[in-house]
Write a protein that binds this ligand. Structure first.
Ligand code: A3P
Length: 286
């Protein structure tokens, strides 16, 4: 378990390594988004790094040399992390960024900019399982304890970046905006090519068929797992305890069935029904 003090802002818990409240407040209130910025936004464990890979490949018209030569966090720095923000501010436009911020903490400048956001969702039960495994080796969060214990923390939003339910609902508020594109892990899993084509259309990037093939091929789970610039195996030991787990773990849909008991799944469903009441959106896992 990490001994550092918790970093929280407006009731949202942040990783206690690599984040500071001053930077988080700066991002929310002062940071200026530019019209040609592209932001990959997710709740943790929803396919963030997968999307970073896809966007990096699209950025270079399917040419994999960038993803093979530059670390993911350099290609697409983390909005609101202390070092990520230094990289963002030093980067000439157009900028690619990644963020787990709920909408209420996202830069206010977004509302008056044409910056593009791709918001990727994933079945929250799979998010929970992936988050549980990450919490065993990521030193920026407390030890998750048992699945049963982590389930309660997850359902009450006592995890980094807050409640899954609140995060998703915060972003659904801006779903209709022309510069916001909603996407899901499950759709990417089912038809990655189709998702890449939709993302290209949203970004106004015209890739030919071979270039799209190359994006799809190089963003596969296996290619990412084999790529040291993308598989996070070189993340320093003060962030990850590499003996305790792997970031690119399984990469499948429905792994929750291997981890949650029937009672835990039913408990999850009850809270889900209650928290998502009134949300008129059909999700891939419904
Ligand atoms: P699992 O832990 O279920 O395997 P994030 O990047 O938001 O932290 O999400 C991590 C999850 O996305 C992990 O899920 C990881 O394996 C999965 N993932 C990463 N790249 C992927 C890919 N190319 N294809 C499928 N899943 C991928």
């Amino acid at each position: 378990m990490s001994s550092a003090l918790n970093v929280t802002h407006k009731g949202i818990l942040f990783p206690n390594i690599g984040y500071d409240v001053e930077t988080i407040k700066f991002v929310e209130n002062e940071f200026q988004l530019l019209d040609d910025d592209v932001l990959n936004v997710t709740y943790p464990k929803s396919g963030t790094n997968w999307m970073t890979e896809i966007l990096s490949l699209i950025w270079h018209n399917g040419d994999p040399s960038w993803v093979r030569s530059s670390f993911a966090w350099k290609r697409s720095p983390w909005l609101a992390s202390s070092n990520g923000m230094k990289a963002v501010l030093a980067h000439p436009p157009p900028r690619l960024m990644v963020s787990h911020l709920p909408f209420q903490l996202f830069p206010k400048s977004f509302l008056s900019s044409k910056a593009k956001v791709i918001y990727t969702l994933r079945n929250p039960k799979d998010v929970l399982v992936s988050f549980y495994h990450l919490s065993k080796f990521y030193k920026g969060v407390k030890d998750p304890g048992t699945v049963e214990e982590f389930l309660e923390e997850f359902l009450s939003g006592n995890v980094i970046f807050g409640s899954w339910f609140d995060h998703v609902k915060s972003w659904l508020e801006v779903k209709g905006k022309p510069n916001v594109f909603f996407n899901s892990y499950e759709e990417m899993h089912q038809d990655l090519r189709g998702s890449v084509e939709k993302i290209c259309r949203f970004l106004g990037k015209e890739l030919n068929s071979q270039q799209i093939d190359s994006v799809v091929e190089n963003a596969s789970f296996q290619k990412m797992k084999d790529n040291p610039k993308s598989n996070l195996t070189t993340v320093p030991d003060h962030f990850f305890d590499h003996k305790k787990g792997k970031f690119l773990r399984k990469g499948i849909v429905g792994d929750w069935k291997n981890h949650l008991t029937v009672a835990q799944s039913e408990r999850f469903d009850r809270v889900y029904q209650e928290k998502m009441q009134g949300v008129n959106v059909t999700f891939p896992w419904d």
